[in-house]
Design a binder for this molecule. Structure first.
Ligand code: ADP
Length: 164
C-alpha cells in the first residue's frame, strides 16, 4: 500500500489544492492531506480543526483521501504513517527554491521519504489561500477560487472578522 502525504496550511483549501489532491489520489493507494500546524503561521482565518473539517467536507467523495493535522515534523509524521512520498504543488519558479530545500531536508531526516512535485494546472497558477482571503475581504465572488462546499464558511468568517 503506497501512502503519500499532502501537507500545507490550507487556510482555507482552494480549488488549486483540490486539483492537486485529485491528481495525487490517482497515483497513490492512500493520500493523507495534512494540515500542518506551524508555529509561525498559527494566526489563520480558520483554526486547524476548522480547516480539517472544511477539507473533509470537500474530499468526502474521494474514497482514498484522509484528512488529519500535525504539529510535528513532517518527516516524523510520514514515518508514523508509513508514507513513502510527500506531494507538493508547484505554481511558479518562486515556489521551487523553498520546496526543493524542504524536500532535501525531509529526505535527510527520513531517507525513505521522497517528494513528488506536481505542476499546478495552468488555470490555478495564480491561486493561493492568501489571494482567496484578499478576494473574500473585498466581497468578491469566490466561485472560481474555492470549492463550492466551503464558500459560505469563508464569506461568513470574513464577515465576522470585518465586524469584530
Ligand atoms: P498557500 O497558503 O500558498 O495557498 P499551502 O501552504 O496551503 O499554500 O500549500 C500547500 C501546498 O499546496 C504547497 O505544496 C503549495 O505549493 C501547493 N499549492 C498551493 N496553491 C496551489 C495551486 N493553486 N496550485 C497547485 N498547488 C498549490
Amino acid at each position: 500500500m503506497k501512502t503519500a502525504i499532502y501537507p500545507g496550511s490550507f487556510d482555507p483549501i482552494t480549488l488549486g489544492h483540490l486539483n492537486i489532491i485529485k491528481r495525487a489520489a490517482v497515483c497513490f493507494d492512500r493520500l493523507i492531506v495534512c494540515v500542518m500546524v506551524n508555529s509561525e503561521k498559527n494566526k489563520g482565518l480558520f483554526t486547524p480543526d476548522e480547516r480539517v473539517e472544511l477539507i473533509r467536507r470537500v474530499v468526502a467523495k474521494l474514497p482514498n483521501v484522509e484528512v488529519e493535522q500535525s504539529s510535528g515534523l513532517l518527516s516524523d509524521y510520514a514515518r508514523q504513517k508509513k508514507a513513502c512520498a510527500v506531494v507538493k504543488g508547484l505554481r511558479a519558479v518562486s515556489d521551487y527554491e523553498k520546496e526543493v530545500q524542504m524536500a532535501l531536508i525531509n529526505r535527510k531526516l527520513n531517507p525513505r521519504l521522497d517528494t513528488m512535485f506536481m505542476p499546478s494546472s495552468a488555470k490555478y497558477t495564480y491561486l493561493s489561500s492568501s489571494v482567496v482571503k484578499e478576494m473574500a475581504y473585498y466581497g468578491a465572488d469566490l466561485t472560481d477560487f474555492v470549492p463550492r462546499e466551503i464558500i459560505k464558511d469563508v464569506n461568513q468568517r470574513m464577515e465576522d472578522r470585518r465586524n469584530a
